[in-house]
Design a protein around this ligand. Structure first.
Ligand code: AMP
Ligand code: MG
Length: 402
């Protein structure tokens, strides 16, 4: 077991010890935000047929070689038409956006460059036709046989449009890992309860559940244990049925911090305890069988930050996502931040643009118990462990929070 390791090393250990994704299928109308389990190959051409990009007139381009050409009008094709006769040479047909191009036609002249003569049943064109103009060829968007979506993509609304266009109503996804939450602490009462002397409300249970939901996980169960070995053991045993275990509190060096001991009694292979970071130094990580287990420090900011730094990337890895690590933006510090050399600092910060510079500053008073500053934050300012100080004007990395 390693101890007091760096943030990058700790995160690498986590990412190297994750079970792989499980494949599943889901109905398309439930697929938003899920991770694609396999690449999607177009089985059909989309668009399925050549069609008009404009309301106008379909012609053979060679029949309208110059402005001023007049052609007889041979009919009309609207969107959805299924039996379009071929275009008679030397004639034109009125055509609507999305309507199939008749055989023989190879260009569309928009209504804006045409003058219809209803009595003569003819049309004069103010422009010459150019082959292919305003025609959307079959397969232009998604040619049959091409990969249109890569495995590991988190599905957004445009991906839903792609899948719907292809008729892919059952979507191959990776199954959201079931995550159990165990909170610990004699001092904790339910958020619904009135405060009593010495008690505080359990903030982490619901906050972690919210983080799990936005990270693509599924809540397997919420458990709470007071600070006795037996209660902690019972809660952890009840919680170990999921694919991941996230524990809050009880991992430090206090007299009532039983989580590590109990986990080891249960057979945890502990991979590290304590990371050179602030907040969240007492973080524990290990494996119970193949279940990744995170023991997060109980202070609400520590719990939330450790989730972002380790648990969210771990869930992304278990989901087989393309991007496991958060995207970091370059920013400039607006205010000096007190820095302790030898610890990676995650500072809840606000971000705004000054001209073209992303500017960041701490989001209010800092402390691992000051969750209101985290709530005001747009993201986390990263100050790597080797930095001695963090003066105003310095370039830093900024990780946006969801
Ligand atoms: P611990 O990690 O158990 O030593 O707890 C560190 C601090 O976080 C203590 O002040 C606890 O009261 C507080 N704390 C622990 N768990 C929670 C929780 N679920 N919600 C809010 N605060 C907590
Ligand atoms: Mg505690």
């Amino acid at each position: 077991m390693k101890t007091f390791i760096s943030f990058p090393e700790a995160r690498d250990i986590v990412l190297d010890h994750l079970p792989g994704p499980h494949e599943d299928h889901i109905a398309l109308d439930m697929a938003l935000g899920k991770t694609l389990g396999r690449p999607i190959v177009a089985a059909e051409n989309i668009p399925p047929f050549d069609n008009s990009a404009m309301d106008g007139f379909a012609v053979r381009a060679q029949d309208v070689p110059a402005p001023g050409t007049c052609l007889p009008l041979a009919g009309e094709i609207s969107a959805g038409c299924s039996d379009t006769p071929p275009l008679t040479p030397g004639a034109c047909v009125r055509i609507m956006t999305g309507a199939p191009l008749p055989d023989g036609a190879n260009a569309v002249l928009p209504i804006e460059v045409a003058e219809a003569h209803p009595t003569e049943n003819s049309v004069t064109f103010l422009k010459a036709a150019i082959p292919g103009n305003h025609v959307r060829p079959a397969g232009q968007d998604m040619p049959r046989g091409h990969t249109v979506l890569e495995a590991g993509k988190v599905l957004g609304s445009a991906d839903i449009a792609v899948l719907a266009s292809l008729g892919q109503v059952q979507v191959p996804i990776t199954r959201p890992p079931g995550v159990s939450i165990v909170t610990t602490g004699n001092e904790l009462i339910e958020p619904s309860e009135p405060l009593r002397p010495g008690k505080i409300r359990n903030a982490n249970g619901l906050a972690l559940a919210a983080q799990i939901a936005t990270a693509g996980g599924q809540l397997y169960g919420q458990f709470h244990a007071p600070d006795t070995r037996e209660a902690v053991r019972n809660a952890l045993e009840a919680a170990r049925g999921g694919n991941m275990l996230v524990i809050s509190g009880g991992v430090s060096v206090g007299e009532y911090d039983f989580v590590k001991d109990v986990l080891e009694d249960m057979g945890l292979s502990m991979l590290f305890w304590r990371v050179r970071q602030r907040p969240g130094k007492p973080l524990v990580f290990g494996l119970l069988g193949d279940i990744p287990v995170f023991g997060l420090p109980g202070n609400p900011v520590s719990s939330a930050v450790c989730f972002e730094a380790y648990v969210r990337p771990a869930l992304a890895g278990m989901l087989g996502r393309q991007n496991v690590l958060p995207r970091l933006e370059s920013a400039v510090l607006d205010k000096h931040i007190p820095k302790k050399r030898g610890l990676h600092h995650f500072v809840p910060g606000q971000a705004w643009w000054v001209d073209r510079t992303l500017t960041v500053a701490p989001a209010g008073p800092q402390g691992s118990h000051i969750v209101s500053s985290l709530a005001r934050a747009d993201g986390l300012i990263h100050l790597p462990e080797l930095l001695e100080e963090a003066p105003a004007g310095m370039s830093v990395s900024f990780e946006r929070l969801r």
